[in-house]
Write a protein that binds this ligand. Structure first.
Ligand code: GLU
Length: 471
């Protein structure tokens, strides 16, 4: 049997982390089994579905690199199919027209509430030989079995049983002719030959209804796996306050999709105590029975830790592709500076996110006319003039511009002046970067380039001269 899974988001908002994790699990399960993965947009709720949300879902899936083999299907484009099945069901008697008025249903509901019963349809039109004609306003209801129960063996939670007495006759087509949500899901899972439905636990209650309809249609019943919720680190439902935002916000904040995927796969699934998984490892190792039944807590620090890991362990060329986007956002022109893969190597250790990296690499590409006030006050003092002049002369004399030769120039200056490296390195750092923090001076000065470094040292010397004049 070919394994086929699907991700079926309702486009009523962003692709948030919970949805992305469900998508990842469905995708991984199909990839693990050499099967197929379908993307289906469940846009039957016309009022709440938006094109922006559809775009956000597609963008999120693409950014995460969760490719699909079929789709995207849109439920709103399949209404003819749903209605054809409903008509067949009416003919066969597995569904029936219900003419009950709103008032009748409301009165019934109130009565049941008063009696302390759960509100449910009483089957009034189920068997009545009523005198209504098809043209009169009506809904179509599914003829749910009255006896027995629905049992399914959830791949994560084990056997789950619902008594049919708990389930009333679900409306499958509204008065306006529109098929309803649960019915569309059933027909889609059937038509798309889905073998494994992996989705959020908020759909557990829909499952027995869907199974009953599938059975009435003579359709195969897929396997089900309901994934637990993601909570904030305070144990409360995940919300924006916890950083639960659309996945594209994680791109904007400087996360690598590889890091987010690794984070999401571990959020509710485990393989021993391994924390780092390449995509290939995830595909190889992923199984449904290793998914946890309990809710998982979102932890931003761990996500940051993973991001830092990926920034430093993925090939710098690959990280550079993602960094390029952030560099562009910052409006930095990189043509006349180091390659981005070198920036990744230089700044990776110091940065948890690519946004941070893009924000702290300006001095490799852009000249500046002002120094960080504190750093300049501390390190561009008159006493720094001599070491800066000396190191400038040595840097100017370098014919082969390599980090080693830059290192020797700095070291040689310190040795000749009989001072520690810091007395040369710190003024030089502030001179060439404008600030008091950067990677090692040899690699930094090397990456900034010879001409630029000399110009910036001159600028720092002018600053010191001005300061001397004012003293
Ligand atoms: N459209 C549903 C949702 O976004 C998912 C339905 C399903 O996976 O069966 O929650």
């Amino acid at each position: 049997m070919k394994i086929k899974t699907r991700f079926a988001p309702s486009p009523t908002g962003y692709l948030h982390v919970g949805g992305a994790r469900t998508a990842l699990y469905s995708w991984l399960f199909s990839r693990h089994a050499g099967g197929e993965f379908v993307l289906r947009i469940e846009d039957t709720d016309l009022e709440r579905s938006t094109q922006d949300a559809i775009d956000a879902i597609m963008d999120g899936m693409s950014w995460l690199n969760l490719g699909w083999d079929e789709g995207p299907y849109f439920q709103t484009k399949r209404f003819d199919r749903y209605n054809a099945v409903i008509d067949e069901m009416l003919e066969k008697g597995t569904a029936y027209r219900c003419y009950c008025s709103k008032e009748r249903l409301e009165a019934l509901r109130e009565q049941q509430m008063e009696n302390g019963e759960k509100p449910r349809y009483d089957g009034h039109c189920r068997d009545s030989q009523c005198s209504h004609t098809e043209g009169e306003p009506h809904v179509v209801r599914f003829r749910n079995p009255l006896e027995g129960s629905v049992i399914f063996d959830d791949n994560i939670r084990g056997p789950i049983e619902f008594s049919n007495q708990e389930l009333d006759d679900l409306i499958i087509r509204r008065t306006d002719g529109a098929p309803t949500y649960n019915f569309c899901v059933v027909i889609d899972d059937w038509d798309m030959e889905i073998t494994h439905v992996i989705r959020g636990e908020d759909h557990i209650n829909n499952t027995p209804r869907q199974i009953n309809i599938l059975k009435a249609l003579g359709a195969p019943v897929p396997e089900y796996a309901h994934v637990s919720m993601i909570l904030g680190d305070d144990g409360k439902k995940l919300s924006k306050r916890h950083g639960a935002v659309g996945v594209m916000q994680y791109r904007d904040d400087g996360y690598l999709p590889q890091a987010l995927l690794n984070y999401l796969v571990r959020l509710g699934w485990s393989h021993g105590d391994q924390e780092i998984f390449t995509i290939d490892e995830m595909k190889e190792l992923f199984t449904l029975d290793a998914i946890s039944k309990s809710a998982s807590a979102f932890n931003t620090e761990k996500l940051q830790w993973l991001n830092h890991h990926y920034i430093n362990h993925m090939p710098a060329e690959e990280v550079a592709v993602y960094l390029a986007w952030h560099i562009e956002q910052q409006g930095i022109e990189t043509r006349n500076g180091p390659e981005l893969k070198d920036i990744v190597k230089l700044l990776g250790e110091r940065c948890k996110t690519l946004k941070e990296m893009a924000q702290s690499c300006h001095y490799f590409y852009q000249d500046f006319s002002e120094f960080d006030a504190d750093a300049a006050k501390k390190h561009l003092r008159p006493v720094a003039r001599e070491p800066l002049e000396a190191v400038r002369a040595k840097l100017a004399a370098i014919t082969a511009w390599t980090p080693e030769n830059v290192h020797n120039a700095i070291q040689g200056t310190a040795d000749e002046l009989g001072v520690g490296m810091g007395k040369v390195g710190m003024p030089l750092r502030v001179a060439v970067t404008g600030a008091g923090q950067s990677p090692g001076m040899d690699v930094t000065v090397h990456a900034i380039g010879q001409t630029r470094s000399l110009q910036r040292i001159d600028q720092a010397l002018a600053y010191i001269a001005e300061r001397e004049a004012q003293a």
